[in-house]
Design a protein around this ligand. Structure first.
Ligand code: FAD
Ligand code: NAD
Length: 477
């Protein structure tokens, strides 16, 4: 007898597992098919984010920042520290412990909410059936009134630099989260989010990092005023970022890898001990739907969905990295909640204009809403307010008075259109602007909101005041 569920979710990453919990909360009989095998050889929930993405990278960013600050930053506070040593093994064990605690936590949440975890590879068949191939090769089929595909994404590979994480010389992000020694030199292909975060980790731990970025614009998705400041800060930290550099070939040699690349000055080669390939991610749709299911795929292999994440097949939804939109954990989770609520007959909704972006470098970079260049392209009239952290008391006290807050508001209605931050705890500060955009607030609303003193948030307040030329702690121009 084939079992029927109200909802079967394929994929247990932040999109799929959150959808599963919300479905169960809403009283739907829910199963989640997940095949991940973790570094200990055990089945695990949590997907890329918890196992080899957001969480382990932030664990290493935190540890490496402490190490670096101990060496370079404490002196300014009048604290002399000697005899600093690095125990990389311990740093890695700490990272692994965090991953295990959080992935086991999802499994506990499944049990508590009554979500059934079907371990194995899931495939959509015709008629909303899902086939599950277990690790031992056995196969089951279940029926579902609704199916949610949340199979995530995987690193894009380039022919010029074939990745082999097991060998550990040319690696993707998973390999670069697991080096057992600090490389003397690390090459990075692609100066995007992963390249910058993991490049920062190894730079802080002592590697010489050279980043080869194909396009001429640095952080093309970010507001370009912020991106310019970021490039200046990263170069000061010793990250050797080369823009407009196209990798043509790599060769493995005794010292590591010889990388041949081309820029507008001609052809060059560098030798690095390890090479990270971080040129983007692609939707993971390998063997996810049987041809007979008639599931429609769109541009660049993403599963085609409408605004409500429903595919061309009624009752079949897709969420997270496997569909259009930014590849961010919180975007996938919110799509999961939206779809669960729609399935339960509620009015699920997601405001795609209020999704925050964060890059966890030092200083951090975060934004929400439109960039200045997008407003120009779209012909939307705007006003700008900026405020530098160098004039913020708390940032000074913390000895991290670098960067700025930039606010963009509609020139006629004053509605907040975007907020862009480079500076201390930008990841946390941005949330005030996300809330303001969600509430369709104006820059005046932000300016009239009382901000505690002394806090970093005062820089957001001052940037809002500056939209109307009435910043109090900088000279208005
Ligand atoms: P995934 O997390 O990829 O999960 C998909 C799951 O589906 C996987 O567990 C996979 O095993 C499973 N699966 C796939 N196919 C099948 C199948 N056929 N049957 C059964 N199971 C299947 N985002 C942020 O927002 N903040 C960050 O700080 C951040 N840092 C990152 C750092 C790194 C190094 C990387 C690589 C990514 C980072 N991301 C970050 C991106 C984030 O990890 C992804 O956006 C997020 O994981 C996408 O969630 P998802 O559930 O759609 O897919
Ligand atoms: P990315 O899109 O951020 O950056 C890839 C970079 O590689 C781009 O700048 C691109 O121009 C460049 N590039 C592409 N092909 C190239 C080539 N052949 N040679 C040299 N450069 C090339 O992608 P990513 O850094 O791989 O990260 C993938 C995604 O994972 C991100 O877009 C993001 O959605 C997610 N992520 C998010 C976070 C976060 O939220 N903090 C952290 C890590 C990853």
């Amino acid at each position: 007898m084939v079992k029927t569920y109200d909802v079967v979710i394929i994929g247990g990453g932040p999109a799929g597992y959150v959808a599963a919990i919300r479905c169960a909360q809403l009283g739907l009989e829910t199963a989640c098919v997940e095949k991940w095998i973790n570094f200990k050889g055990d089945p695990a929930l949590g997907g890329t984010c918890l196992n080899v993405g957001c969480i382990p990278s932030k664990a290493l960013l935190e540890s490496s920042e402490h190490y670096h600050y101990l060496k370079e930053g404490f002196g300014n506070h009048g604290i002399q520290v000697e005899g600093i040593t690095l125990d990389l093994d311990k740093m890695m064990v700490r990272k692994e412990d965090i991953v295990l605690q959080l992935t086991n936590g999802v499994s506990t949440l499944f049990k508590a909410n009554g979500v059934e975890w079907l371990q194995g590879h899931g495939k959509l068949l015709a008629g909303r059936q899902v086939e599950i191939t277990h690790q031992d090769g056995s196969v089951d089929v279940v029926n579902a009134d609704h199916v949610i595909i949340a199979t995530g994404s995987m690193p894009i590979e380039i022919g010029a630099a074939p990745v082999n994480n097991a060998e550990g010389i040319i690696v993707d992000s998973t390999g670069a989260l697991d080096f057992r020694q600090v490389p003397k030199t690390l090459g990075v292909i692609g100066a995007g989010v992963i390249g910058l975060e993991l490049g920062s980790v190894w730079n802080r731990l002592g590697a010489k990092v050279i980043m080869l970025e194909a396009v001429d614009d640095f952080l093309a998705l970010a507001d370009q005023q912020i991106a310019r400041e970021a490039l200046r800060q990263f170069k000061k930290q010793g990250l050797d970022i080369r823009l407009g550099a196209r990798v043509m070939a790599t060769e493995k040699i005794a010292e590591g890898v010889k990388v041949h690349f081309k820029d507008k000055e001609g052809e060059h080669e560098i030798v690095v001990e390890k090479l990270l390939v971080s040129v983007g991610r692609r939707p993971n749709t390998d063997n996810v739907a049987a041809p007979g299911s008639d599931l429609l795929f769109g541009e660049r292999g993403f599963i085609h969905v409408g605004d409500d994440c429903e595919t061309n097949l009624p009752g079949v939804y897709a969420i997270g990295d496997v569909v259009r939109g930014p590849m961010l954990a919180h975007k996938g989770s919110e799509e999961g909640i939206m779809v669960a609520e729609i399935i339960a007959g509620q009015h699920g909704h997601l405001n795609y204009d209020a999704i925050p972006w964060v890059i966890y470098t030092h200083p951090e970079i975060a934004w929400v809403g439109k960039t200045e260049q997008a407003l120009k392209t779209e012909g939307i009239p705007y006003k700008i307010g900026t405020f530098p952290f160098s004039a913020n008391g708390r940032a000074k006290a913390m000895d991290t008075a670098i960067g700025m807050v930039k606010i963009l508001a509609h020139a006629e209605t004053d509605t907040l259109l975007g907020c862009h931050i480079i500076g201390p705890y930008a990841s946390e500060l941005i949330q005030e602007a996300v809330l303001a955009i969600e509430f369709q607030a104006s820059s005046e609303d932000l300016a009239r909101t009382i901000h505690g003193h002394p806090t970093l948030y005062e820089a957001v307040h001052e940037a809002a005041l500056s939209v109307h030329g009435r910043s109090l702690h900088k000279i208005n121009t």
